[in-house]
Design a protein around this ligand. Structure first.
Ligand SMILES: Cc1cc2nc3c(=O)[nH]c(=O)nc-3n(C[C@H](O)[C@H](O)[C@H](O)COP(=O)(O)OP(=O)(O)OC[C@H]3O[C@@H](n4cnc5c(N)ncnc54)[C@H](O)[C@@H]3O)c2cc1C
Length: 354
């Protein structure tokens, strides 16, 4: 069996982003890398969206940018502009193709299906595969199903996304729809739940059909793509060892109050690349403790008072868009944190704090 300097377990978003970051900064010219990935082919399997608060390596994989978004509860809609931090959607098919094409050019990189095919004792390991979740029934997840629909006529306003539409049944959970119009006749429509993993919420097809036909008032459409996903709203278990670190969702790169992970993965990869020569001794990279603390309280409130969450989310967006975007994207300063904190219902949050 062959020895490698580095091993990446999982060739998904984090694993491939890291390999690419190392490759384009010439960190693999005299080092060898094994990528362990069981899938046999890469195709579009998710859409990564976020406000672009930092530069990243995948501008050419962006499906679309938007400068406007809306959030609504049944009685009111809030329209916001995001010219400074456009909302971007990355097509995973383009992302996988771009990276795999670049990696194939380097003879120092090899792909394997199983970790048992390589020697691990002398390698530094980057692991993006989380350990199985313990006490699963008590944990909160963001779980969702999205369909990309195509209509005959031009009915979408493709200049604005609907980030959260709470005008839907909540079933004692937190539920909203999310609509990304890629063009005037094509959009991704997603039903999203923040809850424990209950089967009662998983009639996704029915929810989507009803939303598209009754809320969006679209009768003639065809489904051209579907994605189903779960994002843990807790930090997955991982075991820190001297020769290994966790990356991606497994490495705690998900912002727990929102599920946004993609840009955190990119920042983590940059940190690893900058410290690769001394990675085993480098400080652990994590989402700032400030956000970990605030998100913990936020999720406690969410778990206890799901019925209050549509209003809480709605109020959060009743401020300058840049403030809320920076807060949700881990880029806010102290003053901006305070502005958001003061938008929250004080008693409930204080009770959960203590
Ligand atoms: C459908 C979906 C949509 C999402 N949308 C967004 C979004 O819009 N914005 C955002 O910021 N975040 C989003 N996320 C969250 C997050 O960005 C993604 O989950 C992202 O793919 C996480 O990257 P990762 O590398 O940790 O995991 P993955 O991309 O899932 O990669 C893990 C890889 O490990 C492989 N693997 C599994 N088992 C093994 C094994 N035993 N050995 C080796 N390899 C193994 C898998 O095949 C996979 O390729 C989304 C998540 C999902 C599921």
């Amino acid at each position: 069996m062959k020895d490698f300097d580095y091993i990446i377990i999982g060739g998904g978003c984090a694993g491939l982003s890291l390999a690419y970051e190392l490759q384009i900064h010439n960190k693999l010219e005299s080092k060898t890398l094994a990528i362990i990935e069981p899938r046999t082919e890469y195709k579009k399997d998710r859409t990564w969206s976020f406000w672009k608060v930092i530069d990243h390596n995948f501008e050419d994989c962006v499906e679309k940018n938007w400068n406007n978004f809306s959030v609504n509860v049944p009685s009111e809609t809030n329209f916001l502009e995001c010219n400074d931090y456009p909302y971007q959607s990355i097509n995973s098919e383009k992302f996988y193709k771009k990276i795999n094409t670049a990696l194939k050019e380097n003879e120092n990189i090899e792909f394997f299906r199983n970790i048992k095919e390589v020697k691990t004792e002398n390698s530094f390991i980057f692991n993006s595969v989380p350990l199985p979740t313990e006490n699963n029934e008590n944990k909160l997840w963001q779980h969702f199903c999205g369909i990309e629909i195509e209509t005959k006529s031009n009915i979408f306003d493709d200049g604005i996304i609907n980030l959260m539409d709470f005008n839907c049944e909540q079933r004692e959970s937190v539920h909203f729809f999310y609509t990304l119009p890629y063009s005037k006749n094509k959009a991704l429509v997603e039903t999203t739940w923040l809850s424990k993993m209950s089967d009662t919420e998983k009639d996704y097809d029915k929810q989507l059909k009803s939303y598209v036909e009754n809320n969006l008032k679209i009768k003639n459409y065809k489904i051209i793509y579907k994605e189903v996903g779960t994002i843990p709203l807790f930090y997955p278990r991982n075991i820190d060892k001297s020769n290994s670190i966790s990356i991606g969702t497994a490495g705690g790169m998900t912002r727990l109050s929102t599920g946004y992970t993609f840009l955190n993965i990119q920042e983590h990869c940059k940190y690893i690349r900058e410290n690769i020569e001394n990675i085993s001794k480098s400080k652990k990279y994590e989402i700032s403790k400030k956000y970990q603390f605030l998100d913990k309280i936020f999720l406690k409130v969410l778990k206890k008072y799901p019925e209050k969450m549509p209003d809480i989310f709605f109020k959060m967006f009743k401020t300058s868009p840049n403030t809320v975007i920076k807060f949700l994207s881990n880029k806010s300063n102290f003053l901006e944190d305070l502005i958001i904190i003061f938008k929250m219902p004080k008693w409930i949050f204080l009770k959960e704090l203590f």
